[in-house]
Design a protein around this ligand. Structure first.
Ligand code: PMP
Length: 372
């Protein structure tokens, strides 16, 4: 069975699992305990992982906070930042992940915060003049823009967007869940990106662990967000709960491995994607239409309409030989809001499939498409 649903999740690398195992067994100490070696070893392992992630994203490890994943990071950042200035608006986009859209809806409906949604073009990218006119209209606390779209792969120009937002004195967040491990990220260059979310399981780490990047303020002081999860003194007192040491260790190792092979993996994914596009075009011709762009995108994500064919039926039929999806796993019961936002009709949305590749497969694996 060929697994082409890597945007939903990825397998844990064996080396990652190996690194995690001792922290379930021998090294089971609570990193918040003190003095004895089981506790100190756990604490050191957590801080080592934080360093690995800091190197991977090129930020200070002290700006990284462990969460249960990008869902929690998105919820935390949007809720906490907007609550500091409840009379200011929040700007997000119509093409975000459901975890962003649902917290935005909550902010508006329950906390009475004004929320604006940027529209997107035919490939899911934002429009800068629309962003600027919204920023001019009302004072803004936070702008949140997805970096690489999970359904289409399209990239937003985060540098440009964050610089524009900074001119209006607002803070900037990006959901980088699908960019981490697929593109080089250098947060030291993105000086106006204040917040970022990511999940380990999208880059061959374990599920249930992620990060929130909270950039230090201009004076180098950690940004003290109101906790989403109240608890003990963990994570500088702003994210409670006993740290998930094995998962954190796994995420650190996955980051280190992806950092080492990033250039190679990007090239491979680009090659695989080009071959997939070629095979599908040869096989299906005018019976398919590409929803995703071919450039300025995360390599390896291809979204295609199979004209006149129901996507649920197709995914089910393909299931014995291949794993693909109709879009985000988190919203799989509904027709994709992202594809509707780029202007597709409901019929077109219901005939669209997302292929998301992995650098662990080979060109010859894709030849299965010749036999369909
Ligand atoms: N943002 C995006 C763009 C995603 O694709 C996902 C996961 N599908 C999330 C956030 C949430 O990640 P998690 O489920 O790991 O919390």
């Amino acid at each position: 069975m060929l697994y082409l649903d890597n945007s939903s999740t990825t397998p844990v690398y064996p080396e990652v699992l190996e690194e995690m195992l001792p922290y379930f067994l021998e090294e089971f100490g609570n990193p918040s305990s003190k003095y004895y070696s089981l506790a100190e070893n756990s604490k050191n392992a957590v801080e080592h992982a934080r360093e690995q992630l800091g190197k991977f994203l090129n930020c200070s490890s002290t700006e990284l906070y462990f969460t249960s994943g990008a869902t929690e990071s998105n919820n935390w950042i949007l809720k906490s930042v907007s609550s500091t200035l409840p009379d200011h608006q929040v700007i997000t986009t119509v093409a975000e992940h459901s975890s962003n859209l649902e917290i935005a809806k909550y902010l508006n409906e329950q906390l009475n915060i004004h929320v604006e949604y940027l529209s997107v073009d035919q490939f899911g990218r934002i429009n800068f003049s629309e962003l600027e006119s919204l920023l001019k209209k009302r004072p803004t606390s936070l702008v949140s823009i997805i970096w690489g779209n999970n359904e289409l792969g399209s990239l937003n120009d985060i540098q440009r967007a964050s610089e524009l937002v900074a001119q209006y004195g607002a803070l900037f967040h990006t959901d980088a869940t699908h960019v981490v491990g697929k593109m080089r990220i250098d947060l030291s260059e993105l000086t106006n990106v204040h917040f970022l979310s990511a999940s380990a399981h999208k880059f061959n780490g374990p599920k249930g662990i992620g990060i929130a990047y909270l950039k230090k303020d201009e004076d180098g002081i950690p940004r003290k967000l109101t906790p989403l999860i109240h608890g003990g003194g963990q994570e500088q007192g702003i994210r409670g709960g006993t740290l998930a040491v094995p998962l954190i260790v796994g995420m650190g190792k996955a980051a280190e491995m992806h950092q080492a092979s990033l250039t190679k993996n990007i090239k491979k994914l680009e090659k695989l994607e080009a071959y997939l596009v070629q095979l599908l075009t040869q096989k299906f011709g005018s019976n398919i239409r590409f929803n995703s762009d071919h450039t300025n995108k995360i390599p390896g994500i291809v979204n295609i309409q199979f004209v006149g064919i129901n996507n649920e039926v197709l995914v089910k039929q393909l299931a014995p030989v291949m794993a693909v999806s109709t879009g985000s796993a988190c919203s799989s019961s509904k027709p994709s809001h992202v594809l509707q936002a780029i202007g597709l009709t409901l019929d077109e949305v219901r005939s669209s499939i997302r292929f998301s590749l992995s650098s662990n497969i080979e060109l010859k694996d894709l030849e299965i498409f010749k036999e369909l």
